[in-house]
Design a protein around this ligand. Structure first.
Ligand SMILES: Cc1cc2nc3c(=O)[nH]c(=O)nc-3n(C[C@H](O)[C@H](O)[C@H](O)COP(=O)(O)O)c2cc1C
Ligand SMILES: CC(C)CC(=O)C(=O)O
Length: 362
């Protein structure tokens, strides 16, 4: 492989060479048998494209708005924790990459730079991901700080009442670095396993439930999106409790193993939502064709997790930027070769899933 990666998967290979094993395993790994981790990527590979020909594709427009905010493409940076384990400058560089690509960044509740450092580093449009701690005042204060620092939405992660069993982290005795973003020690008794998991077990509130959405909405004016919806039942409930958006996600296969690949859960949620709120998507996006497939199945935009972290690991801001640029370039080419000059030209008829019947859908 030459030095300069030509696709985002090559950044993962370079990151593996560059990172200590404990950190690489934390970033790359999934839970238990890692069945869903493999499926998140493999399920995309089972979806084929149905391109249309002889369409004028001399101009391709990938730009769109997400919650009313303009973005150059329907691609966002997913919130992922602790970027200083990947690069000494951490989330500040990730934000700068988002700004350079004119895409929206999701900032994790567990970053290694503070909310204020990220906000003052550049003018990227940012959404803030929220975990609810047993000490609710800590989470409430984070929401206030995000709001005060110009974040535009709250992504409430709802698939993590407890941390999934990540066996590599257990073996490696994954550390729980002190996070200066919040005033709470991450120190834990030596559990012998993953200290990160032990910290989360001590601090995350597993009693969080539907009634708490009203509490969250009462403490912020920002739109609230639920991150981690996988079923039609929960999509309908989410709309009933008044959320402003839904993110179909299985947390990059790091939580409950044997849930479906997110691309296989997307359409069920989209059909239940019936366009009432935006549906975003993450999990397994490694190619522009993956972005195209998620859009064809009804996602308004996708978020990208690990590839951005691996770009950041390998080449800092430039690497994170190149990952987004490569996905954008590949999406643009996919749209051209599929006969879709704009995002609204991409329809369900442009993809075939194995579960579709054999007839032409047109
Ligand atoms: C290393 C890592 C850390 C993550 N940290 C968080 C987090 O702090 N909060 C959260 O809601 N999701 C977190 N996620 C999940 C991502 O937001 C996203 O759902 C997932 O990475 C998408 O899958 P992908 O990595 O295949 O793109 C994390 C994922 C990874 C890989
Ligand atoms: C402490 C962890 C739960 C952070 C996270 O969301 C992740 O690593 O997936």
């Amino acid at each position: 492989m030459g030095d300069e990666p030509v696709n985002v998967k090559e950044y993962q290979i370079l990151a593996k060479q560059a990172l200590p094993k404990m950190y690489y395993d934390y970033f790359a790994g999934g839970s238990e048998d890692q069945h869903t981790l493999r499926e998140n990527v493999a399920a995309f590979q089972r979806i084929t494209l149905r391109p249309r020909i002889l369409v004028d594709v001399s101009k391709i427009d990938m730009s769109t708005t997400i919650l009313g905010y303009k973005t150059s493409a329907p691609i966002m940076i997913a919130p992922t924790g602790m970027h200083k384990l990947a690069h000494p400058e951490g989330e500040v560089l990730t934000a700068k990459a988002a700004a350079a690509c004119d895409v929206i960044m999701g900032l994790s509740f567990m970053p290694t730079c503070t909310i204020e450092e990220v906000a003052s580093s550049c003018n990227a449009i940012r959404f803030f991901q929220l975990y609810v701690f047993k000490r609710r005042e800590i989470s409430a204060l984070m929401v206030k700080r995000a709001e005060a620092n110009g974040f535009k939405a709250i992504l409430l992660t709802v698939d993590t009442p407890k941390v999934g069993r990540r066996e590599a982290d257990i073996k490696n005795k994954m550390i729980a670095p002190q996070l200066k973003n919040f005033d709470m020690s991450t120190e834990v008794d030596d559990s012998g396993g993953s200290k990160l998991e032990a910290f989360a077990a001590r601090s995350f509130d597993p009693s969080l439930s539907w009634k708490d959405i009203a509490w969250l909405k009462s403490i912020t004016k920002l739109p609230v999106l639920l991150k981690g919806v996988l079923t039609r039942e929960d999509a309908v409930k989410a709309i009933e409790v008044g959320v402003e958006g839904i993110i179909v996600s299985n947390h990059g296969a790091r939580q409950l193993d044997y849930v479906p690949a997110t691309i296989n859960a997307l359409e069920e949620v989209v059909l239940a939502v019936q366009g009432r709120v935006p549906v975003l998507f993450d999990g397994g996006i490694r190619r522009g064709t993956d972005v195209f497939k998620a859009l064809a199945l009804g996602a308004q935009a996708v978020m990208v997790g690990r590839p951005v972290v691996f770009g950041l690991t390998t080449k800092g801001e430039y690497g994170a930027r190149r990952v987004i640029e490569m996905l954008k370039d590949e999406l643009e080419l996919t749209m051209a070769l599929s006969g879709c000059p704009t995002l609204s030209d991409i329809t369900r008829n442009h993809v075939r899933m194995q579960s579709d019947n054999r007839h032409c859908r047109m």
